[in-house]
Design a protein around this ligand. Structure first.
Ligand code: PEP
Length: 253
């Protein structure tokens, strides 16, 4: 039985004040209910203050990125130790905005995945095809490549399913208002689960979580989340509105 997991990616939005209010409303809405795992990923400058608001709540704190070196002359970057220090449990890696707007490739993302896991952070690894790739019928090849290279050298252990979450995020559905249909999402998720089974074993394949991300809103969440291989959502835009985010969390029940 997989516990659904809904995470809110606040991207480069919020102010200190709105971040505090958003987190406070999420904490009040979730209460102590742990039937759905919930996390929020605020911008770096607000991690500590949101972490304070989350104290005592089951909502976990997540970073949106990291740099895969322990420390050093890497101006503007953030290490695994820093994320852990401010209370992060998760980190989002391989987000399509970082792949396509900031030029990150699979090898660099894989370094981050391994650095995060070695430090004890849980990873949400995003994979997904562009519209061009989908239209050229390359979806499975892209997912296969991003998954295989992204998870290369990941140390296997019985709790790996707790430490690695995959987010299927078709690039054409992110921030566009155009989401994958439930059938499209299910097909991609089933493919990812089967491929992960070949890479990391059948036990892990049946246990690990695959979130769907791409214009998830309160009105489409239930139909996506009821697909058998859709185990939750990575939510961008709608996570900036507490009522919408909480409605998506409820839809995961
Ligand atoms: C995301 O940022 O991961 C995302 C899925 O964004 P949106 O929900 O706005 O499409």
């Amino acid at each position: 039985m997989r516990t659904p997991f809904v995470a809110g990616n606040w991207k480069m939005f919020t102010t200190a004040d709105s971040a505090r209010k958003l987190a406070t409303a999420a904490v009040a809405g979730v209460g102590q209910d742990q039937r759905v795992r919930v996390a929020v990923a605020p911008p770096f400058p607000y991690l500590a203050l949101v972490g304070e608001v989350l104290k005592g709540s089951p909502i976990a704190l997540s970073g949106q990125n990291l740099y895969p070196e322990k420390e050093g002359a890497f101006t503007g970057e953030v290490s695994t130790a820093m994320l852990l220090d401010v209370g992060c449990k998760y980190v989002i890696l391989g987000h399509s905005e970082r792949r396509h707007k900031l030029g990150e490739n699979d090898l660099f993302i894989n370094r981050k995945v391994n650095a995060a896991l070695a430090a004890g952070l849980r990873v949400i690894l995003c994979v997904g095809e562009t519209l061009e790739e989908r239209e050229a019928d390359h979806t499975e090849a892209v997912l296969e490549r991003q998954l295989t290279l992204g998870l290369a050298d990941v140390p296997t252990s019985p709790d790996l399913h707790e430490r690695v979450v995959i987010a299927y995020e078709p690039v054409w559905a992110i921030g566009t208002g155009r989401n994958a249909t439930p059938d499209q999402a299910q097909l991609a998720h089933a493919f990812l689960r089967a491929r992960v089974g070949q890479l990391l074993g059948a036990t892990f394949a049946s246990q690990f979580l695959i979130q769907y991300g791409g214009s998830v809103k309160p009105d489409n969440a239930a139909s996506l989340l009821k697909q058998p291989d859709v185990d939750g959502a990575l939510v961008g835009g709608a996570s900036l509105n507490a009522d919408h985010f909480l409605a998506i969390v409820r839809a995961a029940l």
